[in-house]
Design a protein around this ligand. Structure first.
Ligand code: C5P
Length: 315
């Protein structure tokens, strides 16, 4: 005689066998359902999504602070106090907050970011300004990404074969601002309150006439939260350098916007200077400015080695 446990086991085995038989018999009709179910298991529609894989990168991304300032994502006093030292800001948090409030009367209070979905694969190219882009022929490869993020002066005109022609997002601050067309997202990196005031002023129509200096589309403006700068400095660079470079912060920012990240245009020249693909270096003692260039480069290399990003180092 079989015990109750034994009977249950036999019953379960029969059930499993029947289910397997049924599945194989009607394999063709079940297949679309099966692949749909498999697709559901993926968080995105890329071969390998940034948040999947053995490297457990999802936790890292989940633990990051939200990158953009918004009405729902303000800057804490602690973060503000760190940020204000970057460029000797004297004015208090209350003035910063008032300015931010004014900004959101003009710009989207919550910047629009395409969400992750099993139906799409958000591929991103982050394009730094390194001289190693020269003669790289990366242009078509860069343009092949859905999102192409460029920064500061980084031009495309005349350099298309090496850097591509497409720009969906352009990172800048007042001193590095260039003209943007109506379809490009302005990803604004503020380093002092005057930068926020500059942004406000640049997009405020005067006497009902559009500001001739206006750059870009106000509905596509997104402003980096100082909190994200401090996080990058402390958590990714172990507080090395005075503060992280625009390019390095952009790489980390891309993890919040993309499912697949390719990085181009990062790396010093043979003398250790951050020279540009679009101009001859004048200051031979530039090095990497106030930034921990070596450290940043090593982090990018490690992410590539772990197959989290793809890093294209030039010819
Ligand atoms: O020089 P600029 O700040 O405009 O360059 C954008 C970013 O590209 C830098 O913040 C830096 O992260 C990266 N860069 C680099 N190597 C260079 C030049 C720039 O890694 N030679």
């Amino acid at each position: 005689m079989l015990s109750t446990v034994g009977k249950t086991r036999v019953l379960l085995t029969i059930l499993c066998l029947t289910a397997t038989g049924l599945f194989y018999k009607s394999k063709w009709s079940l297949q679309p359902l099966f692949s749909l179910w498999l697709q559901e298991l993926h968080v995105c529609n890329c071969q390998q999504c940034l948040t999947e894989g053995e490297h457990e990168f999802k936790t890292v991304i989940d633990e990051s602070p939200k990158p953009f300032l918004s009405t729902q994502n303000p800057t804490s006093e602690d973060d503000f106090n760190w940020w204000k030292k970057l460029q000797r800001e004297q004015r208090p948090l209350s003035f910063f907050n008032e300015t931010v409030k004014k900004l959101f009367t003009i710009f989207p209070p919550i910047p629009e970011v395409e969400a992750q979905s099993p139906d799409r694969c958000r591929t991103c190219a982050v394009v730094g300004n390194s001289g190693n882009l020269r003669r790289s022929h990366y242009g078509p490869l860069i343009d092949d990404h859905n999102i192409v993020i460029r920064m500061n002066y980084g031009p495309t005109k005349g350099f298309e074969s090496d850097v591509g022609a497409k720009t969906t997002h352009h990172v800048m601050y007042p001193e590095s601002a260039t003209y943007l067309d109506n379809n490009t997202h302005l990803v604004f990196f503020p380093f002092k309150i005057n930068d926020l005031l500059w942004l406000l002023n640049n997009f405020t129509p005067q006497d009902n006439v559009q500001n001739p200096k206006m750059r870009g589309n106000k509905d596509l403006v997104m402003i980096l939260n100082p909190t994200f700068m401090k996080y990058t400095h402390e958590m990714w660079l172990g507080k090395k350098g005075r503060y992280p470079s625009t390019g390095f912060m952009t790489v980390l920012l891309s993890f919040q916007l993309c499912d697949e990240v390719s990085v181009f245009g990062f790396g010093a020249d043979t003398d250790g200077n951050w020279s540009h693909y679009f101009e001859m270096l004048r200051n031979k003692k530039l090095r990497t400015g106030p930034h921990a260039g070596m450290q940043e480069y090593e982090v990018i290399q490690k992410l590539h080695q772990k197959q989290i990003i793809r890093f294209f180092k030039g010819p």
